[in-house]
Design a protein around this ligand. Structure first.
Ligand code: PLP
Length: 332
């Protein structure tokens, strides 16, 4: 590269170094400084680009992934997008297995970047052969020269956030961060960031945002995996009916649950009141931290992570008819 020219060699080099943006209106009732780590600035429009690339790089290093292979993953869309970008640049094929609960836009986007998409039913148990977990695993086993990523249990997922997201938050706040609030799905984001931040300052509080219909909060508080906690819910990207290996419960200080309606309303509010056009789990994260406002002091620096872009939810959260169909208020 010419020394005076500034460009990236390919799209995956642009992953990371996302901005930290102060929330001004939505959190005005909170005394503390609230900063949003806006991850839709990544090239695939979500934080998952970071871990997708890391999982691929680590698999290349130890020979699980070889030139010309097919990458297989169960993904609600964002991880698939990150994998797709890396697969294009590095020359792999990609099969994404997802559920019928996800926004149609997410599938269309994946197809646009060359992935094959297989859709499975949402409302079946994880060990049911029709579930997206089982289907992804089976396709991984049946496809010759393939590698099954398994973001839930793959340690490179957490490692990506330990090596990039955590250090960025530390540097951007000049080490002043006191609380980190984030939605939890595979657990990679919360565990990697928590590990890094707690190594720097063990006093930093790590709060995970969960959904009603997910097992995390009760499991964290009691150690009990309670199947009665599991039922269908609307919020996308967070909450689980399994305990992924990437959730390090020892690093998490608290879980807070947010309703589907509140998550949807606060996603819309983020767009209208802050100009931050983000995804469904981002509204949940912001509402969760507002629910916890009694815990903040004036000098606290709270970082809330916003996982993805609103562009994936045009037909859902940002569609008035969809909101009405779900009996969600349009505004509060
Ligand atoms: C939109 C969205 N929000 C939140 C999450 C949760 O992140 P993590 O899997 O790192 O816990 C994900 C990832 O699955 C996601 O796609």
């Amino acid at each position: 590269m010419h020394p005076l020219m500034k460009y990236f060699n390919n799209i995956i080099e642009t992953i990371g170094n996302t901005p930290l943006v102060k929330l001004n209106k939505l959190t005005k009732e909170i005394d503390a400084l609230v900063l949003a780590k806006v991850e839709y600035f990544n090239p695939g429009s979500s934080i998952k680009d970071r871990m997708a690339l890391k999982m691929i790089e680590e698999a290349e290093k130890d020979g699980r992934l070889k030139p010309g292979y097919t990458i297989v993953e169960g993904t609600s869309g964002n991880t698939g997008m990150g994998l797709a970008l890396a697969a294009i640049v590095k020359g792999y094929k990609l099969i994404c297995v997802s559920t019928d609960k996800q926004s149609k836009e997410k599938f269309d986007v994946l197809k646009a970047v060359g992935a094959k998409v297989i859709v499975c039913p949402t409302d079946v148990k994880p060990d049911d052969p029709r579930s997206y977990y089982s289907t992804a695993k089976r396709i991984g086993e049946e496809t010759p020269n393939s590698w099954y990523v398994n973001q839930y249990d793959n340690p490179s997922n957490t490692l990506a956030h330990y090596q990039t997201t955590g250090p960025e938050i530390w540097e951007q706040t000049n080490g002043k961060v006191t609380h980190f609030v984030v939605g939890v799905g595979t657990g990679g984001t919360i565990s990697g960031v928590a590990k890094f931040l707690k190594e720097k300052n063990p006093k930093i509080k790590i709060w995970g945002i969960d959904t009603y219909g997910s097992v995390f909060k009760k499991y964290h508080e009691t150690g009990i995996f309670d199947e009665n906690e599991i039922y269908p819910y609307v919020t996308e990207g967070i909450g689980e009916d399994i305990i992924p290996k990437n959730v390090d419960f020892d690093l998490i200080d608290k879980f807070e649950k947010v309703t589907d309606e509140d998550a949807a309303i606060f996603t819309r509010k983020l767009a209208k009141e802050e100009g931050i056009f983000a995804g469904n789990s981002c509204g949940a994260a912001v509402k969760g931290l507002i629910q916890l406002k009694e815990n903040f002091k004036k000098d606290d620096v709270v970082v809330v992570l916003l996982h993805d872009s609103g562009s994936r939810y045009i037909g859902k959260i940002y569609n008035d008819e969809w909101m009405k169909k779900n009996n969600f208020k349009l505004d509060i």
